[in-house]
Ligand binder design. Structure first.
Ligand SMILES: C[S@@+](CC[C@H](N)C(=O)[O-])C[C@H]1O[C@@H](n2cnc3c(N)ncnc32)[C@H](O)[C@@H]1O
Length: 233
């Protein structure tokens, strides 16, 4: 057992990585996830990338401190998929960034990403945008899990490439895959979303402007949808 203990969010990310195959972690920052994956022998090799020198240096120091075998990893500076070549990694982790930034990484990838078996993605914002874009562009949700992080609950997905004509769009307010899986945190997750929608509705309802009225109607509809979903869980 390594002395590196991952947070609940990072453990959930690790649990979706394909074992026995090389992994890449784009936007690694501290490098804790690939460090733990290597220390536990889950994957034989890891590529750690980041767009900024500071985080990459932090990752280098952390892996050194946790005595990760230096022949088992590589650190690369650069943006998104530009730091990888086809066939180098079976799983790619991208975690802790906005969903829209992740979509732009997929759109700007310099090679055909269908050679990568699995993408383990944890968007911090715009989860629907990421899920919607991927499931409409040749990816399916193979697995999904919720994980608590401080006062929020994160969505974590394992996306895999599929033929575009068989990918099923998952574009609702809450992922169909998440609703079907019945994650133990699902009710709490819906409660957080309901509280958020209720707070915005309260704010919008106090506005006398036309925009305020439109927003109030929009959030009232969202609140109804979420309440219905929670009833059916
Ligand atoms: C909030 S940290 C997340 C760290 C880690 N992935 C996690 O989930 O704990 C985001 C990291 O992504 C890096 N980053 C932002 N945009 C990037 C891009 N286009 N390509 C690669 N790394 C990026 C940042 O420098 C930062 O280190």
């Amino acid at each position: 057992m390594s002395s590196l203990v991952l947070s609940e969010r990072m453990q959930a990310i690790e649990s979706l990585v394909l074992s026995g195959k090389p992994v890449a972690d784009i936007g690694t920052d501290h490098g804790f996830i690939p460090a733990h994956i290597l220390l536990e022998g889950i994957c034989p090799y890891a590529i750690l990338t980041d767009i900024n020198k500071g985080p990459l240096e932090r990752a280098r120091q952390n892996l050194c401190e946790f005595e990760v075998d230096p022949t088992k990893y590589e650190l690369r500076l650069g943006s998104g998929f530009e730091t990888l070549s086809p066939g180098e990694a079976d799983s790619v982790i991208i975690a802790g960034m906005g969903g829209e930034l992740m979509v732009s990484m997929f759109q700007e990838a310099p090679f055909d990403l269908s050679c990568i078996s699995r993408f383990v993605l944890q968007p911090r914002t715009h989860e629907e945008a990421l899920r919607g874009w991927l499931t409409q562009n040749g990816y399916c949700i193979r697995d999904c899990v919720l994980a608590r992080e401080k006062d929020r609950i994160c969505e974590i997905y394992a996306f895999e490439p599929v033929a575009e004509d068989i990918s099923v769009p998952d574009i609702g307010l809450v992922s169909e895959a998440l609703l079907h899986k019945g994650d133990p945190l699902l009710v709490q997750y819906l409660n957080l979303k309901i509280a958020h929608a209720r707070a915005i509705l309260g704010f919008a309802s106090r506005s006398v402007s036309e925009e305020g009225t439109i927003a109030a109607q929009h959030y009232s509809d969202i609140l109804d949808l979420l309440t219905e979903m929670r009833k059916n869980v």
